[in-house]
Design a protein around this ligand. Structure first.
Ligand code: G3P
Ligand code: CA
Length: 284
C-alpha cells in the first residue's frame, strides 16, 4: 500500500475554516471561502460528492434540501440539474431545513457568486488564483459504491490545477497546498496509492478504541479526531505524534476547546469560527 507524505511540521496550529468560514457566510459558498481568506485563515475545508455525471461538487449532505431550495440526492442528479437550484442557505438554529425565502441571494438564474452550486473546479479556480493565500483540505464523502470514482475524479481535478505533485506535495510557503481527508480507511489508502504527492488525513469518528493501532500505522499523513474524542482522550495527541502522524482536530467552535486543543499541541484546528480562533492564538 502507498504511504502519503508527511505534512510540514508546524509550531502553531494551522487555522482551517470549516466548509469556508461557516459562522460568517453560508457553508460551501464562495462567500464563505472569501470570508475565510479575509479573516486570515491558513486553510479551508470542503466536502465533495460526485454528481450523477461524475462532477465533484462541494455539498456536505447526501441530499440537497438542507443547503438549497431543491430536493434530491446529489449522486442522482446531473450538474445541470443541481445548477437549477439556489444554494447558499444559512442553517436556521434548531431546524434542519428552511423555507425558500431563507435561502440567501435568491435570483432567477444563480451564478457562481450568487447561489450556484459550488463545484470543486470552481473552488480550485478561486484558491489557485492567489497561490499561497489559502491551503485546501478536501474531504471526500463516500457512499461505498462511489468511493473509487470519487478519488479518481479528485485526482483528475487536482492534476488540472497542477496540484498533484510528483510524488511530493506541491508546496505554498513551505507547506502542502492541498490534502485529502476521509473517514473511510479504504478511501485514504486508495488516495495514497493514486496520488502519492497528496498528503492524506484519516478522519476518526467516535469509535477510536477498536481501530487505534490500525489508524496510527496506516498510510495517512495525519489523523483527524473529533474534538469530543480529544476532550475525553487527550493522550491521543502525543500517541499520534509518536507514531509520526499530525493531528487535525474537528470541529472546534467553543473558545474553551480552542484553548485546550492549542495546549494539547494539535497541528491543525478545523473551525466554523476562524476569526475567534485567530484571536485566541494572538494572530488577529
Ligand atoms: O473536517 C472534518 C469534519 O468536517 C468532519 O465532519 O460532518 O463536518 O464533514 P463533517
Ligand atoms: Ca467535512
Amino acid at each position: 500500500a502507498g504511504r502519503s507524505p508527511r505534512l510540514a511540521p508546524v509550531t502553531a496550529p494551522e487555522v482551517v475554516a470549516h466548509r469556508g468560514a461557516t459562522a460568517g457566510a453560508p457553508e460551501h459558498t464562495l462567500a464563505a471561502y472569501r470570508h475565510a481568506a479575509a479573516v486570515g485563515a491558513d486553510a479551508v475545508e470542503c466536502d465533495v460528492r460526485l454528481t450523477r455525471d461524475g462532477v465533484l461538487v462541494c455539498v456536505h449532505d447526501r441530499q440537497i434540501r438542507r443547503t438549497s431550495n431543491g430536493r434530491g440526492i446529489v449522486s442522482a442528479l446531473h450538474l445541470e440539474e443541481l445548477e437549477q437550484f439556489q444554494f447558499g442557505a444559512r442553517k436556521p438554529k434548531g431546524r434542519s431545513r428552511w423555507a425558500d425565502d431563507e435561502i440567501l441571494s435568491v435570483t432567477d438564474e444563480p451564478d457562481v457568486e450568487n447561489g450556484l452550486v459550488l463545484t470543486l473546479d470552481r473552488l480550485l479556480q478561486y484558491i489557485t488564483a492567489t497561490p499561497g493565500s489559502l491551503r485546501l483540505a478536501i474531504e471526500t464523502k463516500h457512499p461505498t459504491r462511489h468511493t473509487r470514482r470519487v478519488e479518481e475524479a479528485l485526482v483528475d481535478c487536482l492534476r488540472r490545477y497542477g496540484l498533484l505533485g510528483n510524488g511530493r506535495p506541491v508546496e505554498w510557503a513551505g507547506k502542502p497546498a492541498v490534502r485529502m481527508m476521509s473517514f473511510s480507511q479504504f478511501a485514504v489508502r486508495r488516495m495514497a496509492e493514486l496520488a502519492p504527492g497528496v498528503p492524506t488525513v484519516q478522519l476518526i469518528g467516535k469509535r477510536l478504541r477498536p481501530v487505534r493501532r490500525e489508524l496510527l500505522s496506516g498510510s495517512a499523513s495525519a489523523v483527524g479526531p473529533g474534538v469530543a474524542l480529544l476532550r475525553s482522550d487527550p493522550g491521543f495527541v502525543a500517541e499520534a505524534h509518536a507514531a509520526g502522524k499530525e493531528v487535525h482536530v474537528w470541529t472546534v467552535n467553543r473558545p474553551a476547546d480552542m484553548d485546550l486543543m492549542r495546549a494539547l499541541g494539535v497541528d491543525a484546528i478545523i473551525t466554523d469560527r476562524p476569526d475567534e480562533l485567530l484571536r485566541r492564538l494572538g494572530r488577529d
